[in-house]
Write a protein of this length. Structure first.
Lengths: 237, 451
């Protein structure tokens, strides 16, 4: 019985650690970006990918339209934060009309996003290794023609959780579970030529981000606190 | 015996599920007309959203000829007359190397490129489409969705009970809550499969639809056999190989196929027509397999393409690409890789390493070096055959350029890259290739280290 109790305690400690480490906002920069050896003058923000899940007493469901709302809002916030760092933004080539006309561009974009998601597993496992220049998407990223005029590609991912009133009340009653409206945003800045991950940041915004989307602004902007852009003259701002 | 709170919670869940199972009516021959509830209409809207989502996210393979062929075969195994309420039949190809197919409740049927590349003839495709159509015709998604909502309520009960029982950390509760939150209901039931009974129902109607359209029903059994083949070391549960249990399905479908007489003496199989309709999809799929680290499957598909159409330069090109991508791996998994120890080691390496690090680690082993030596020769042979068939196939020169670069043969590599850029002046990867040429020129200029 003691063995079981010890196991329960250990699992509890692991869960608490995982939950708290995920909620911490953090930034990780490549040594070349930090030293000013690599300066990002222009960026192309790839269409963000968001997943919003509503959790209620009758189960959980993915909210497709609401996910689109978040995806539509994020490029402006990320773009503004990067512009404040002195980066110029390459105009968005991924309009619905452009993608409809050009299947090859659509596939290239999908494949590139999938490639990033594969690397993201490792990024989330050891984000500190960005500081040693460990992560790269490979120089095939240079084949992505919409990114030809940019120094870096920006990948944005968001995971939002909304709970219904019933779920919140139930969670409060039993005293455990996830029932806080929140959204996790991960941002990676990748060298458009070499594929090296130059910057990786994670942030957490709490509150109903659909009713008040401005809740996302501050944490996302804070994600770029350590980003060394041209405005800093190659030095850390 | 004293019962802990977690055990009690599990019992609560089991009780809820078993009560539900007992209440489920046995499959009836004549089903009453389906009445849409609010929940069903919500699911219908979700399906339409998913269709748009797949389209927008570049998941649908937009090849008009292949899609038209798929539609033609799909319509041949549909019942005569108007589609049921809220069903609009659409047949699409998904850019996904996993051999699978799924149907949405609104009548959208998706077949993965991986399945189209695996199948061998039109009769097999007809069987797959008829099976998926049954899920739509018999409203399986709606029924499962209604059932899921009841189960979800039970899961929530367990979350509460588990958290009460698990102490401060609420371990049991958190784990179940996380699982419950992350499983998008309709995708799980649609893609990972329905209950055994519903899958059986779909198989039975598929057989009768195949007979009606004069397709060979034996090919449905062959489809299951094809699904059982794997060229990869599967590190996790392979859902398409357990749908519900393939062996079980093979036996009851074989029995049924043998007991039903075909309409004609020679029912249709149509391997040539199938290959003509899906060759482009299969070529595209080999590239997807390569990108998804399924090099061995990609190689098997490429060999199949070459066997079917040995006069196609493009087929030899994808074969060359597949061998090059195979790199330090053997063409089939070794005994050691398939052992539980081997799988454990691979799982550990894959979880800790990036793609490049894993490739480097494999290349450093003696077995990896031997495999690469063999694969690079076979890759070169395939590329050269592709050039023999079509000397203007620019991508072959690109492939050879990368192959020679990896073999540290700068002059040969530079020549191939230059030929590629000459034949394809507007290549999207021009900048990347030029950078490789620069690096190779530097390498060629550097004197080789003394032995």
């Amino acid at each position: 019985m003691k063995k079981i109790e010890r196991l329960i305690l250990l699992a509890g400690a692991v869960t608490v650690f995982a939950a708290t480490s995920h909620s911490r906002a953090a930034q990780f920069e490549h040594p070349d970006l930090k030293s000013g050896k690599k300066v990002v003058h222009s960026v192309l923000i790839l269409p963000p990918q968001a997943k919003v899940v509503k959790s209620g007493m009758k189960g959980s469901e993915s909210l497709v339209e609401e996910s689109h709302q978040v995806e539509a809002r994020l490029p402006a916030i990320v773009g503004q934060a990067l512009a404040e760092k002195g980066c110029s933004l390459v105009p968005d080539p991924f309009t619905a009309a452009a993608l409809d006309k050009d299947s090859d561009m659509k596939y290239a974009l999908t494949d590139l996003q999938a490639k990033f998601d594969k690397l993201r597993g490792q990024l989330d496992r050891k984000p500190k290794d960005v500081r040693t220049g460990r992560f790269t998407m490979g120089d095939e990223v240079a084949n992505f023609s919409p990114g030809a005029s940019a120094d870096a590609l920006v990948f944005v991912r968001a995971e939002g959780y909304l709970s219904t009133g019933g779920k919140k009340a139930f969670t409060a009653l039993v005293g455990s579970g996830y029932a806080t409206d929140s959204i996790f945003v991960s941002i990676a800045v990748v060298d458009a030529q070499s594929g090296a991950v130059l910057y990786y940041a994670r942030s957490l915004a709490t509150g109903n981000f659909l009713e008040k989307p401005e809740h996302m602004d501050k944490p996302v902007k804070k994600s770029f606190k350590n980003f060394v852009g041209p405005a800093a003259g190659g030095k850390k701002s | 015996m004293k019962m802990g709170p977690v055990s009690a919670a599990i019992l609560v869940l089991c009780a809820c599920l078993s009560v539900h199972a007992q209440q489920s009516p046995p499959p009836a021959q004549q089903q009453p007309p389906f009445t849409f509830t609010k929940i069903d209409l919500e699911l219908f809207d979700k399906c339409n959203q998913l269709d748009r989502h797949f389209e927008e996210k570049g998941m649908v393979y937009a090849n008009a000829e292949a899609t038209e062929y798929l539609t033609l075969v799909g319509e041949a195994v549909l019942p005569k007359g108007e589609p049921p309420e809220n069903v609009h039949w659409r047949f699409r190809i998904v850019r996904d190397p996993i051999p699978n197919a799924f149907a949405l409740a609104n009548g959208s049927i998706y077949v993965n490129s991986g399945l189209l590349a695996l199948l061998e003839n039109e009769a097999q495709l007809a069987g797959v489409l008829a099976h998926e159509e049954t899920h739509v015709l018999n409203r399986h998604s709606y029924l499962q969705n209604r059932s899921y909502r009841k189960k979800a309520l039970a899961i929530n009960i367990l979350v509460g009970a588990g958290s009460l029982g698990g102490g401060a950390g609420g371990i049991g509760g958190n784990v179940v809550a996380l699982v419950g939150t992350l499983i998008p209901a309709i995708l799980v039931e649609t893609i990972y499969g329905y209950s055994r009974e519903l899958e059986r129902e779909a198989d039975i109607r598929a057989i009768s639809a195949m007979v009606e359209a004069d397709y060979s029903t034996e090919e449905m059994v062959n489809t299951f056999r094809l699904l059982q083949t794997s060229h990869e070391v599967e590190l996790s549960h392979v859902y398409y190989q357990d749908h519900p249990k393939l062996q079980d399905r093979v036996s009851y479908v074989s029995e049924l196929a043998n007991s039903i007489h075909s309409r004609t003496a020679h029912p249709m199989v149509e391997p040539e027509r199938y290959f003509a309709g899906t060759e482009k999809v299969a070529q595209h799929d080999v590239e997807l397999e390569i990108r998804e680290d399924r090099a061995r499957t990609g190689l098997a598909m490429a060999h199949h393409l070459v066997k079917q159409d040995p006069k196609s330069s493009e087929n030899y090109y994808v074969l060359g690409e597949a061998y090059r991508d195979l790199g330090p791996r053997t063409s089939e998994p070794t005994e050691a890789e398939l052992s539980s120890k081997g799988k454990k080691e691979t799982r550990k390496m894959v979880s800790k390493m990036t793609e490049q690090e894993y490739e480097q680690a494999l290349s450093a082993t003696p077995a990896g070096k031997d495999a690469w030596e063999a694969n690079q020769k076979l890759s070169e042979e395939a590329y050269k055959k592709a050039l023999e068939l079509d000397p203007a196939n620019a991508r072959v020169h690109r492939g050879l350029g990368f192959l020679y670069e990896r073999e540290h043969l700068p002059p040969q590599s530079i020549a191939e890259f230059r030929k590629y850029l000459e034949l394809s002046p507007a290549a999207q990867d021009r900048a990347q290739v030029n950078r490789h040429i620069d690096a190779l020129e530097k390498e060629a200029a550097t004197p080789a280290p003394a032995p």
